[in-house]
Design a protein around this ligand. Sequence first.
Ligand SMILES: Nc1nc2c(c(=O)[nH]1)N[C@H]1C(S)=C(S)[C@@H](COP(=O)(O)O)O[C@H]1N2
Ligand SMILES: [Mo]
Length: 380
Amino acid sequence: MRIPSEGSFTSRLRSAAVAARVGLWLGICFLVALVTGLISHYAQLDHQPAPLPASPSRLYQLTQGLHVVAGTAAIPLLLVKLWVVFPKLFQPMPRQVREALPTALERGSIAVLVSTSLVQLTTGVLNVAQWYPWGFSFRSTHYALAFVAVGALLIHIAVKLPVVRDALTGDVDDTAHDRPNARRPGPVSRRGVMVLAGASALATAFLYTAGTVPNVGRIAALSPRSRKHGIPINRTAHSAGVVAAASSSAYRLEVVHGGTTRSLTRDDLAAMEQRTCTLPIACVEGWSATGDWGGVRLRDLLDLVDAPRGREVRVRSIQTFSASADTVLPPNFADDDRTLLALMLDGETLSMDHGCPVRLIAPDRPGVMQTKWVSRIEVL
Ligand SMILES: Nc1nc2c(c(=O)[nH]1)N[C@H]1C(S)=C(S)[C@@H](COP(=O)(O)O)O[C@H]1N2
Ligand SMILES: [Mo]
């Protein structure tokens, strides 16, 4: 097989004008994904230096939705962008060391940018598919690589800024920065390529996120756990290994503050004042759904053991060895009137798979921290 040369790519669609525009959209997607990703990472810290606000109760759902929109829209944009700049891969290196060194550094940064971007988008999509064919932690890897990608992206933007500025202010059909032999007309116009790239980006994002929107969920083919009604089940009681303990008559919810402990049966909880609240579950694996939750206020339980306001509260599950085995609520969440230990969902007794006998449901938190099958509440 003969390796092609840069000159053998002649389509005028592979132009700086298209690369700059698609690159701009891609850059916006990456920025949105970075900001919303940092919010999500911070929201999952057990002891937040400055707690996030508990209101509005759907803010996390919104930022997480934007994260999925930006990340999935970036997939077709990245593919188009790579196609447009592909010939550059075959550019010869300058012979003089003085020129070769900066070129090598620039190309090195692009290699890092392209490879980390591909890994970020691929692991993100597999995370949404709940398929983890690797041994490393998704969250810490995705988080660390984000900084590598952004560093490489900033270098890339800095190096290309003069060309990018020129290409963006000029007409899309301008050839000023194109390779000399990129003159052959393509099957569509440059505008056509841009429309296709934009439309595929929107379509991909829609197929991944529309499950959140009532009534259109059915046509959201890639939307994970899309369903007709109700809240998806992220992990069943059976697979969590909690069926026996959760359905046992020996089940008790322990509320602990210092030396004081109160043990409550499900009936004790049902006899307390019941509240209802409409709150979403916003899963970090790319879906969200809203339910009407009924149950006991966490604050009412804390009052049973005379816990003062302003304390962090640890909530534990019957289930051990899981990322959701326990979570720490910052004081503003623990004392919030909407934070419930739910016994009911949409007017019916909470099902075993949704966390029966009781589950935590708090406003504006990542789904992974909405602990199911709660067995212990501990004032810290
Ligand atoms: N004990 C326990 N709680 C858990 C989980 C779990 O695996 N074990 N999964 C969490 C995740 S990742 C999400 S998104 C929500 C999903 O709640 P649902 O299954 O009722 O929809 O529960 C959370 N609570
Ligand atoms: Mo989740």
